[in-house]
Design a protein around this ligand. Structure first.
Ligand code: PEP
Ligand code: MN
Length: 253
């Protein structure tokens, strides 16, 4: 049996249940974040994600609202009894995470940022370590070792899609590797079908597949109005799509 990841008395990740993290790609405004929090509460989803500082491929793309987004995420999470999940993009943001974020996320582009991983070893909060888009499982596990050896055992691994020759999806969800890691290593493993597929119509089937495959949860991007989202609109579920997916997951229990 693997160690659960808890905050206070709340068990957020464990071998026994399939946990969901949901929220927009980036925090955009308070109103839509509140609507998202209400939706999560309604369905007993405990973790609200939202990007604060975004690592965008293009410098012309929306970069995130920074500290004001972190404050907003924290306020809304507290108000609705949720836990906040957000990416730390560089060492300078440790203070921001300490102050406003419950669960730190290491994005795919930082999986081998070893100074950052060492710093997260000292953090007394859970860390979700995403797999590098061009990293092997072995490299991913070694990256996790940096955090663990630094003194932080609260690590969740997240398969978010890898680069392959295939172009019909944004990345390729390497579900078999996620299951391999889950079966052979002590870490809890989740998947991120949103970034892996880049396509909202592929997200529900890949969430259901992840659940059937026995991984420990999924991170899902959702938005009040994906068409007008400031980033990753093509992969975000709207609220109705999300509710349908949650109903399907509940039907499996
Ligand atoms: C994210 O989850 O906000 C994100 C940027 O994902 P990735 O690092 O997997 O691209
Ligand atoms: Mn995104």
């Amino acid at each position: 049996v693997k160690d659960s990841i808890c905050i206070g008395n709340d068990t957020l990740f464990s071998d026994e249940n399939f946990c969901i993290i949901a929220g927009p790609c980036a925090v955009e405004d308070e109103q839509s974040l509140i609507a998202t929090a209400e939706l999560l509460r309604k369905h007993n989803v405990r973790m609200l994600r939202g990007g604060v500082n975004k690592m965008r491929t293009s410098p012309h793309s929306f970069q995130g609202l920074g500290e004001s987004a972190a404050k907003m995420l924290n306020n809304v999470a507290r108000e609705y009894g949720l836990y906040s999940v957000s990416e730390i993009t560089c060492i300078n943001e440790i203070d921001l995470i300490e102050r406003y974020i419950d669960i730190a996320l290491v994005g795919t582009r930082n999986m081998q940022n070893t100074p950052l991983l060492k710093e997260l070893g000292k953090l007394q909060k859970p860390v979700i370590l995403k797999r590098g888009m061009a990293s092997t499982v072995q490299e991913w596990l070694l990256a996790a070792e940096y955090i663990r050896l630094g003194g932080n055992p609260q690590i969740i691994l997240c398969e978010r899609g890898i680069r392959t020759f295939e172009q019909c999806t944004r990345y390729t969800l390497d579900l078999a590797s996620a299951v391999f890691v889950s079966q052979n290593y002590p870490y809890l493993v989740i998947t991120d079908p949103s970034h892996a597929t880049g396509n909202s119509s592929l997200v529900p089937p890949m969430v259901l597949a992840s659940r059937a495959a026995g991984v420990n949860g999924c991170m899902i991007e959702i938005h009040l109005s994906p068409q007008t989202a400031l980033c990753d609109g093509e992969q975000m579920l709207d609220f109705i799509q999300f509710e349908k997916l949650i109903e399907k997951l509940e039907g499996l229990q």
